[in-house]
Ligand binder design. Structure first.
Ligand code: THG
Length: 258
């Protein structure tokens, strides 16, 4: 499983505070702690409240780059912020994200080609986020086709069927599992599929439990990676256990010490 650490995101109060105070130690600690806890990549998102997202993205990326050369997942809906983040990271970046909207594909897929970057494609368009498996899969196909046409190798594309909170729209939680299965059949070799796991439990009680159970279910449907909190032991233990039960890693008695 590809594990992308979610914690450097202005949605979290400690990160929002650090951005305000330009306290890079907080950001660097979060970077190193997430890597130590098992993240292979780090999501970087300014959050919704920052006044100048471009400048904030550059500051976040430069702060993280002082302590690690791990791949950075530049997370913004704005093309200008994506470009600024990629330039600041120099190397090893993932673009998070494009949608299936034509004007976005026209701008962002060439950006991924230019920087030979991985690209996350969200199954949504100008009509919003669909809640059914068929429309999610259809939009995945639109993104796959655009990448083929514009010359982004299939290996560089990660599709995200976008999970929403279970307390807001309960039926789409299962539809998203079905979408993972369906998207895996859309091309050969199978597309890679990821999720922003913690969305599923936003505003609920027992967040870790809901995240962990959903992760196990999504992995059984073929999920290849997730943006999650790697410092959440419950989630990570279930991830390692699911990898064994799905025959992705070899069983050994001491596996939970991994
Ligand atoms: N897909 C892709 N990228 C994404 C998402 C996705 N990036 C952002 C998000 N979704 C994944 N990251 C988070 C980060 C934080 C939370 C959820 C998902 C979260 N934060 C608390 C909240 O809003 O309740 C913050 C409060 C706190 O604990 O301080 O839940 O789906 N490609």
């Amino acid at each position: 499983m590809l594990i992308i650490g979610e914690r450097i995101n202005g949605l979290f109060n400690d990160v929002a505070d650090a951005i305000k105070k330009k306290d890079k130690k907080v950001i660097q600690d979060l970077a190193l702690k997430q890597l130590k806890a098992g993240a292979q990549m780090l999501d970087v998102n300014t959050g919704p409240s920052t006044m100048n997202p471009q400048e904030t993205m550059v500051w976040l990326v430069e702060s993280v780059r002082e302590v690690t050369d791990a791949a950075l997942v530049i997370d913004s809906p704005k093309v200008t912020v994506l470009e600024a983040g990629i330039a600041a990271a120099k190397d090893k970046t993932v673009i998070n994200s494009t949608t299936a909207q034509q004007d976005k594909l026209d701008k962002i897929v060439p950006l991924a080609v230019k920087y030979n970057s991985l690209l996350i494609g969200l199954t949504m368009n100008e009509k919003g986020i669909p809640s059914d498996m068929a429309t999610k899969s259809e939009l995945a196909l639109v993104i796959i086709a655009a990448c083929m046409e514009k010359g982004l190798p299939q290996d560089n594309l990660l599709l995200d069927p976008l999970i929403l909170p279970v307390n807001v729209t309960q039926a789409q939680v299962k539809e998203t599992l079905e979408a993972i299965k369906m998207i895996k059949t859309l091309s050969t070799p199978a597309p890679q599929v990821i999720l922003g796991l913690s969305n599923v439990s936003q505003g609920t009680k027992n967040r870790s439990l809901i995240n962990a159970v959903y992760l196990a279910m999504a992995m059984a449907c073929g999920l290849d990676g997730a943006i999650l909190d790697p410092m959440d032991k419950e989630v990570m233990n279930i991830m390692y256990t699911a990898e064994i039960l799905l025959n992705k890693t070899i069983y050994c008695d001491s596996y939970l010490r991994a």
